[in-house]
Design a protein around this ligand. Structure first.
Ligand code: MF3
Ligand code: CO
Length: 260
């Protein structure tokens, strides 16, 4: 069941989304060769908690971090750890916070130092596919239009779309109906309407689309161990307009010309 939100409720989610976007400014300042994913996670948790918000992932089903850490072949749900980032890595940081009872969700894949051109292109394509998906998210259209736009854009460029993981509704809970797959057919799925709040999050692979879950029960990686990229925004439909509630602006400020 899809819970539609009032404009006042969406204003609350906007406040959560703004704090989350600012958290990513802090995260972006941390990402560098030699830095451990756990230290990035700690910085995110301290920023979130010191601003009166709750890190939604921490303890969720036993998840041990504030952020999911997606290094190279990790697609989603990697644990923060003592792994120190290396020159040439990419790292997706996926984070959800709750402020005054409302959640926002966002992910950004950062290049670390000098990244191979084909991997940079994977990141740029995935990043662009998020914008393409958001452009397809229009009141009166259907969720499958978003899915199809992302799939078509990425597959035409030779990349593959992870199918087991999807975008989702978000609100009082971090995962609500509807599911928002990154593949599908135009004109299918629920009609996009005022009050919908969804997280759109393409997860795109350089190699095949197949994934495996590691023995920790969480870490999801590509089967062929080729890299995967992931970007995510929380968006809302208000007065017939699509509003992107999260922003990468704080990341752009921190990264300068390294921003994708
Ligand atoms: N943004 C992630 C998702 O939508 C959040 C996962 S939090 C976790 O799946 F605790 F489940 F890892
Ligand atoms: Co999400």
């Amino acid at each position: 069941m899809i819970f539609l939100k009032t404009p006042q409720e969406i204003e609350k989610i906007q406040e959560a989304a703004t704090l989350l976007s600012q958290t990513f400014g802090v995260i972006a300042e941390c990402v560098a060769p030699g830095v451990t994913t756990r230290s990035i996670d700690n910085a995110a948790r301290e920023f979130i908690q010191s601003h009166g918000a709750i890190p939604s992932c921490l303890g969720y089903g036993g998840f041990p971090g504030t952020c999911c850490m997606e290094v190279n072949e990790v697609v989603v749900h990697g644990f923060p750890s003592s792994y120190a980032l290396r020159d040439g890595d990419i790292i997706g940081v996926d984070c959800v916070l709750e402020l005054n009872g409302w959640n926002a969700d966002m992910c950004y894949t950062f290049p670390v130092g000098n990244v191979a051109p084909e991997v940079m292109e994977l990141c740029q394509t995935t990043r662009r596919s998020l914008d393409i998906g958001i452009e397809a998210c229009r009141a009166g259209h259907r969720l499958g239009d978003i899915s199809n736009a992302i799939q078509t854009y990425c597959e035409r460029r030779g990349y593959s779309v992870v199918r087991e993981m999807c975008g989702h509704g978000i609100g009082k809970k971090m995962h609500e109906d509807p599911e928002v797959p990154n593949y599908g057919r135009r004109g299918t799925g629920a009609v996009i309407r005022n009050g919908m709040v969804i997280a759109i999050e393409p997860m795109i692979n350089l190699g095949s689309r197949n994934i495996v879950i590691e023995r920790d029960g969480w870490t999801c990686r590509t089967r062929d161990r080729k890299p995967s990229a992931h970007y995510e925004h929380t968006v809302a439909i208000v007065d017939g307009e699509t509003r992107v509630l999260t922003t990468f602006d704080y990341i752009a400020d921190a990264l300068g010309d390294r921003f994708i």
